[in-house]
Write a protein that binds this ligand. Structure first.
Ligand code: A4P
Ligand code: MG
Length: 214
């Protein structure tokens, strides 16, 4: 019969030296200490991410606000800034084939890793009953991760920065509003990209406003 060798008992880490002789202090297994330490590091080190929101079906303003509130309600996510609302011409489809979009960009701080943030974005899309039947089809809400820190990845499930962010005025205009110094990792400054693309078809809706959650 095969026997498995037990690992050597972990050296307990005690809260402080004075506890070493205190019989009421229970040793904490090293594995637990490791987990707690790892969680601490993450919590004290939130990452910056930039999220794009787009809606061209239903009550577009309410849906954008709902998505922002849902982001804020996510454990490990804090919404730090919300851009003005822009009404934008649909990009990538024939003119007049779809209703206009409302677009906005939000800055968040998060302790979630990129793939969990993407999952949360998809869950928010589902909550707003987004139906996917055609690429670039009309949608109640699209939640895209424009950037996550300076991460660059060509994974098709989560491409970072967003592969089309640098060429889209409806992304660059509100991104520049919330962070005029922003850089698109690997592509350059948002301000320079915006100057190259121009802001045609992107109209500020000064009569509308999105709230930064409290
Ligand atoms: N995916 C990869 N990278 C990312 C990322 N950084 N953020 C994957 C979010 N998702 C990412 O997306 C398709 C797949 O991309 C997902 O499975 C995800 O894992 P989707 O949201 O299911 O489909 P989609 O949005 O129709 O496709 P796509 O290619 O992402 O479209 P875009 O580029 O998001 O464009 N015009 C205006 N005026 N305003 C808009 O907001 N949006 C679109 C959609 C087209 N035209 C628009 C607007
Ligand atoms: Mg998308």
């Amino acid at each position: 019969m095969k026997t498995t060798q037990q690992p050597a008992p972990a050296t307990p880490r005690l809260p402080h030296a004075a506890s070493a002789n205190d019989p009421t202090v229970q040793p904490v297994p090293a594995s637990v200490v490791e987990q707690v330490d790892a969680a601490d590091v993450t919590l004290s080190n939130p990452k910056r991410a930039v999220i794009s929101l787009g809606s061209n079906l239903g009550n577009r303003l309410e849906t954008l606000q709902g998505a922002i509130d849902a982001l804020e309600d996510t454990p490990g996510v804090r919404v730090k800034a919300v851009s003005p609302v822009y009404e934008t011409e649909p990009w990538g489809v024939a003119a007049d084939s779809q209703p206009s979009y409302f677009n906005a960009v939000v800055l968040i701080k998060t302790t979630l890793p990129p793939d969990s943030l993407l999952e949360r974005g998809h869950a928010i899309e589902e909550a707003f009953e987004r139906v996917r039947d055609e690429r670039w089809g009309p949608r109640t809400i699209d939640v895209d991760i424009l950037a996550y820190q300076d991460v660059v990845s060509d994974d098709p499930r989560l491409t970072l920065p967003h592969p089309r962010a640098h060429e889209r005025a409806f992304v660059l205009v509100p991104w520049h509003d919330v962070d005029p110094e922003a850089e698109v990792p690997g592509r350059g400054a948002v301000a320079a990209l915006l100057a190259a693309v121009g802001n045609e078809g992107v109209n500020h809706r000064a009569d509308l406003e999105l709230r930064l959650p409290e």
